[in-house]
Design a protein around this ligand. Sequence first.
Ligand SMILES: Nc1ncnc2c1ncn2[C@@H]1O[C@H](COP(=O)(O)OP(=O)(O)O)[C@@H](O)[C@H]1O
Ligand SMILES: [Mg+2]
Length: 394
Amino acid sequence: MSHHARHIHALDKSTIRSLHSGQVIVDLVAIVKELVENALDARATAIDVKLVDRGLNSIQVKDNGHGIPEQDCLYMAKPHCTSKIASFQDIDCVTSYGFRGEALSAICAVANHVQITTRTANDSIAKQYDVDTKGSIVNAKPVNLMAGSGTLVVVESPFYNIPVRRQVAQKTALSTLKNIQDVLVKYALAHPAVRFTLMQAQSTAGTKKNTQWIKPITTDILSGIGIVFSPALADLLQSHDITESFEQMPDQSEPSIHLQCILPKIDADPTSIYRGDRVFIYVNGRPINYLKSELKDLVVMFRKRYRDVTGAVDVPVKKTPFMYMDIHVPTDEYDVNVEPSKSAIMFHNKQRLLNTFEKLLDDVYGSAMDRFFHARTLDQPPTYVGRLTKSCLG
Ligand SMILES: Nc1ncnc2c1ncn2[C@@H]1O[C@H](COP(=O)(O)OP(=O)(O)O)[C@@H](O)[C@H]1O
Ligand SMILES: [Mg+2]
């Protein structure tokens, strides 16, 4: 490192890449997230994630998606190379998770070595590519590794090139594992038709593999919740849908909002409903961090409504009962290009969304008027209130 950088000067390309890569690939969890998104974008129905030495040695993601055509492989890990959009305007109608063409390139920039094996339906055999830190192919050979189409990305020694990140990754290995699992849960719940597995190994040499977690293909989201959490929890929940159309300019087709929700039944046991922080919010299948975006208002609205309607007054105001919501709206109704991870979002018309959700809550839990009359006819609070104790809110 130079100690003489007193004058303004342009940073060299590889330095810029290392700095820039930091934005999207901040930790091991981000690597898994990006690779899983690529697998889903490739229409995979099976995604296997393997962590060697908690991901510090390597992260491997294998899918059975459509694979990468041979002529595209030269560019797959080059910065800003994507097959998903052609120009900036396209992000208004993008339905894929990725569109910036920076994940593979950023992963290569921070890892010691990346190997990508891929096969399309047209290929007779898979091809394995060794990619260097600049995203260039340094070696390619046919391998007999894949029965059908798909892609396997092996990221060896993540953050090898960024000692500080590597140290942080070592220190936070335990929470990283939990966070990776949380990320997989988010994507797995939203994709009932995709099988997900998470496997752990102590070392590359060891044959002993430890399947940490599996989400098989399920008929619907609610049964996925039953498998990922517990059948008992799924029993306390119910699916609800609402579709609202909105008037537009006469010559335009009516955009609509479709909310796909899974919410607690009104008489569900609060011990299970309030356990952990199980809030799953998506926009067109993309997991959104509600704390970082306007969607927080939806969560606050739901929290308050559920508390009011069940009389769960002992529950801390900030505690959210189980909530799953996928907001299906035309892609030009919001902007997802807000931050590098795309987990924040801005709606062009948030009030419409809030109104639609309020309507659904009225249908499910009764309106304020209903509750007013209900309260007058019932002297007794709901029976489960007595069962609610502090210890169940952990
Ligand atoms: N698992 C995969 N299956 C098929 N194609 C993939 C896969 N991973 C990456 N690709 C291809 O490589 C390109 C670059 O991926 P990435 O760097 O994540 O950028 P983005 O997803 O934003 O396009 C993608 O546009 C896609 O064409
Ligand atoms: Mg991507």
